[in-house]
Design a binder for this molecule. Structure first.
Ligand code: IMP
Ligand code: MG
Length: 184
C-alpha cells in the first residue's frame, strides 16, 4: 500500500536496490584510492546525510567524518546562486585528504564555493563524491570524481534530498507530482 509520502511521488528514478549496489561500488573505489591515507569524509548537510551514512560503511578504510551545513536554495526548486554556511567545520582540516560527500551536483555553485573554501583552509587534496549529477544545469566549471547516477533536469527527492525539507526519508530517488509544488 502507498503511504502518506509515496502518494506524492510521480515516478521512481533510482530504486533502493540500485542505490545500494552503486554506493557499494563507490565505497570500494574510495577504499582503493585511500588505503593508507585516513581520508576525512566531509558531508554537505543536510542532503548528504543518508548517502554519507551508507558510503562510509561501504568504504572499509580508517577514516574520519565531518560535516558542514550550507544552503543555496531558499525553499525553492531553483538555485539562488549564493551559498551560505549554516554550520561550519568543527575541526582543523589542514593537510587532510578530503572526500566531499554531496547529494547532487546541479548548478555547481555549492561545490565550486566549497572547493575554494576547503583549499583556503589548507586541505591537502579534494575528492568529490556526489550521489547524483545533473550536468545539463551546470553554471560553474566543477565536476565530481565519483558520480553515483546522472539524472535528467528534473527536481528529485528522497535518500536525503528534499523539497521544502520533506521527503528526505524516502528510500529511493523519485520525482514529485506537479501538484505537490503548488500545495506546499
Ligand atoms: P548547486 O549548488 O546548484 O550545485 O546545488 C547543490 C544543492 O542544491 C544540492 O546539495 C541540493 O541540496 C540542492 N538541489 C539541487 N538540485 C536538487 C534536486 O533536484 N532536488 C533536491 N535538491 C536539489
Ligand atoms: Mg537541499
Amino acid at each position: 500500500m502507498r503511504n502518506e509520502l509515496e502518494k506524492d511521488i510521480l515516478k521512481i528514478l533510482v530504486t533502493e536496490e540500485e542505490l545500494k549496489a552503486r554506493v557499494t561500488e563507490l565505497g570500494t573505489a574510495l577504499a582503493e584510492k585511500f588505503q593508507d591515507q585516513t581520508p576525512l569524509f566531509l558531508g554537505v548537510l543536510k542532503g548528504s546525510f543518508v548517502f554519507m551514512a551508507d558510503l562510509v560503511r561501504a568504504c572499509p578504510v580508517k577514516s574520519d567524518v565531518e560535516f558542514i551545513a550550507v544552503s543555496s536554495y531558499q525553499n525553492a526548486t531553483v538555485s539562488s546562486g549564493r551559498v551560505k554556511i549554516n554550520h561550519d567545520l568543527q575541526q582543523d582540516i589542514t593537510g587532510r585528504n578530503l572526500v566531499i560527500v554531496e547529494d547532487i551536483l546541479d548548478s555547481g555553485n555549492t561545490l565550486a564555493f566549497l572547493k575554494d573554501y576547503f583549499m583556503a583552509k589548507g586541505a591537502a587534496s579534494i575528492t568529490i563524491a556526489t550521489l547524483l549529477d545533473k550536468p545539463s544545469r551546470r553554471e560553474k566549471a566543477v565536476s565530481a570524481d565519483l558520480v553515483g547516477f546522472e539524472v535528467p533536469d528534473e527536481f528529485v527527492v528522497g535518500y536525503g534530498l528534499d523539497y521544502c525539507q520533506r521527503y528526505r526519508n524516502l528510500p529511493y530517488i523519485g520525482v514529485l507530482k506537479p501538484e505537490v509544488y503548488s500545495h506546499t
